[in-house]
Design a binder for this molecule. Structure first.
Ligand code: PRP
Ligand code: URA
Length: 210
């Protein structure tokens, strides 16, 4: 697994505001969108393109266009939905699939309550989006859903990751082609499985249930 941790003052600045407990849901939502567009820049570095010839007003020239079949973006509900608009702004032709997962807050095990993905992912570049990589249980399960449909090229984008989650994802995807792009790699998990320093519960902060 290749791991890329963003190292850019704009990203760190926006993450700092996101972490702040006094940041309101509307600001949290728009910062999440902004952050994913910045992270998407790195995450799509190897997006497949084909050459095209076009006419400019001046001459004929060659450029590139995103290859078919289109990339697939998969937000992990609920919190991953907060990253979807930013991701599709960067990849407007992408198809969107959905995975609904909730972590049991006692056992920290994820359960899947919704799944809507294309049947055959064997030739699709897949981008999974979820703001938080904590124990890694949810993201590992999501990536294995994609592998089970034949995916061989998977990139995950998370705003924050814990070392425990990175290690778990690495272990569960050994030998597979997986990229992980993080806005920041935090210190650790606390005794309740929350990322430290983290930002709290991303879904609650996005959707105003706290
Ligand atoms: C959060 C987060 C991840 C998961 C990370 O979702 O968005 O999906 O927890 O934890 P893990 O790495 O330990 O699995 P949650 O299950 O709270 O659901 P929500 O998005 O509906 O809030
Ligand atoms: N899920 C969250 O939303 N936040 C954490 O810190 C861990 C899991």
């Amino acid at each position: 697994m290749r791991v890329h941790v963003a190292d850019h003052p704009l990203i760190t600045h926006k993450l700092t505001v996101l972490r702040d407990r006094t940041t309101t849901s509307p600001v949290f939502r728009s910062l999440t969108e902004e952050l994913v567009t910045l992270l998407a820049y790195e995450a799509t570095r190897n997006v497949r393109v084909d050459p095209v010839t076009i006419e400019t007003p001046v001459t004929t020239t060659t450029g590139v266009t995103i290859s078919q079949p289109r990339p697939l973006v998969v937000p992990i509900l609920r919190a991953g939905l907060g990253m979807l608009e930013g991701m599709t702004t960067m990849l407007p032709t992408a198809e969107v699939g959905f995975l609904g997962m909730a972590r049991n807050e006692e056992t920290l095990e994820p359960t899947t309550y919704a799944e809507r993905l294309p049947d055959d992912l064997s030739d699709r570049q897949c981008f999974v989006i979820d703001p938080m990589l904590a124990t890694g249980g949810s993201l590992s399960a999501a990536v294995h859903f994609l592998f089970d449909r034949g995916a061989v090229d998977v990139t995950a984008i998370c705003l924050l990751g814990a070392p425990e989650g990175v290690a778990a994802l690495e272990k569960s995807t050994q030998g597979r082609d997986v990229n992980l792009v993080l806005g920041a790699l935090d210190e650790r998990l606390d005794e309740n499985g929350y990322i430290v320093p983290g930002l709290g519960d991303a879904g609650d902060r996005l959707y105003g249930t706290v």
